[in-house]
Structure formats: structure tokens, C-alpha cells
Ligand binder design. Structure first.
Ligand SMILES: [Zn+2]
Length: 230
């Protein structure tokens, strides 16, 4: 039921977000392919929430700050709540700083297995920012898998809006990146984020069912869920 309403709205909103994406693709200075993919992911996920937030939640959507790349091995590492960000990891900093960031080497190593990896990282961290805007009852017990589910919903939604191109093989790329990276980086390590299979399943759930599929089952989405004041 809710899905049908959303599909109708997509057609109307797609034009506006396409313009944003097109403007970026042709107007940006020359950068390497990975940087462009990261930027496309950022633009696409942000445009998705701008266009669709009100279909699921009350209040207004406020984007997190995108701090972007950092080098966790350098002396000049950004901090969250006073703590330097970990090398080879990616973060949503949920203090008042409210930013997302990722280590360059994490992105480079994942990108070698396919471009889908950087989309997953951006969308997953954005998913944590979204969680942080929701009331506790809308968060699932396993916050990491909910972030993977939201990543699937965001990227599938962005693909339907036309801001991100998501190929059929991309889910396999995500799986491969998670399996191969399993013990090499904190971001892909099994203990912190769930096993690769659990993560791919959560991502797939979000792709298939959208944002509602990522919310706890007992929560009715009928009454538009409230979010925290920011
Ligand atoms: Zn996470």
C-alpha cells in the first residue's frame, strides 16, 4: 500500500534530483574514478532522503555533514567526541558534530573488488545518521544490520530515482568485498558489523522492501514515526 504511493511520487520527484546529479557529473573538476563514485553515492543518497523522507517520517530531513575522506595513518586525523578516527574504518560521528567520514585506504582496498563497495560504505554510514534521527522504537536491536538494510533501501531508491546506477552484479561485488575484506579492515571485520552473509542479506532486504523493511516489525508506519528534534 505504502509502496504504491511512493512509486507515484518518485516519477514526479525524479526530474529534480536528476538535474542535481547531471550538474555534478559534467560540472565537476577532473577527479579519479573512485572519488567520482563516492561523490555520486553522496549526492544520490542525500537526494533520496530529501525526496522521500516525508513518506516515512515526521519532521524534516536534515543531512549529516559529509566530512568525507581522511587518512587514519596520518598525524592529522579528525576526531569524534575528542577521539581520533580509527585507521581503515568509516564512521558516523553521532555527537553534535553529526558527520560521516571514511578512511581513504579502506575505500581504495574495497574499490579494487568493484565500485559497489564505496557506495555501500557511504550509504551504510548515512544509514547510521538516519538511525540517530529516529526515536529509539524505530531502531532495531542490531544497529549495524539496520544500517546495511537502510543502505540497500537508499541505493535502490536512488537507482529508481535515476541518481545512481546500480547494476545487477553490484550485489555480488558488495558480497565479495565483504567476504574478502573480512579480516583485513575494522569496517569489514565480522565481529563489529555481522558476518558477510548477514550483511548482504540485510542489504538485500532493504533493496527489496525499502525503508519500511528496515524498521522493527512491531512498529506501524501508518502513524508516521516521529524523529528526534535536532
Ligand atoms: Zn556501521
Amino acid at each position: 500500500m505504502t509502496h504504491r504511493a511512493r512509486t507515484r511520487m518518485c516519477a514526479v520527484l525524479a526530474t529534480a534530483v536528476l538535474a542535481v546529479s547531471g550538474g555534478y557529473a559534467y560540472g565537476a573538476p577532473a577527479r579519479d574514478a573512485m572519488d567520482q563514485d563516492i561523490e555520486t553515492a553522496v549526492q544520490g543518497v542525500d537526494a533520496y532522503w530529501n525526496a522521500h523522507w516525508s513518506e516515512f517520517f515526521t519532521e524534516t530531513y536534515v543531512a549529516p555533514t559529509v566530512l568525507g575522506e581522511y587518512d587514519g595513518a596520518s598525524a592529522d586525523v579528525p576526531t569524534c567526541d575528542g577521539e581520533p578516527l580509527e585507521d581503515d574504518n568509516a564512521f558516523y560521528c553521532k555527537t553534535a558534530e553529526d558527520y560521516i567520514a571514511w578512511d581513504t585506504d579502506l575505500m581504495r582496498s574495497g574499490y579494487r573488488n568493484g565500485d559497489a563497495f564505496v557506495y555501500l560504505v557511504v550509504a551504510h554510514e548515512w544509514g547510521h545518521a538516519i538511525q540517530n534521527r529516529l526515536e529509539a522504537e524505530l531502531r532495531t536491536i542490531d544497529g549495524e544490520l539496520q544500517a546495511d538494510c537502510l543502505a540497500g533501501a537508499e541505493l535502490d531508491g536512488a537507482a529508481r530515482d535515476g541518481t545512481v546506477v546500480f547494476d545487477e552484479g553490484d550485489v555480488d561485488e558488495v558480497r565479495m568485498a565483504l567476504v574478502r575484506g573480512a579480516d583485513t579492515t575494522p569496517w569489514t571485520k565480522e565481529g563489529d558489523h555481522g558476518s558477510a552473509e548477514e550483511r548482504v542479506d540485510a542489504f538485500g532486504l532493504g533493496q527489496e522492501l525499502g525503508v519500511e523493511g528496515c524498521l522493527p516489525e512491531e512498529v506501524s508506519t501508518e502513524g508516521a514515526a516521529a524523529v528526534l528534534d535536532r
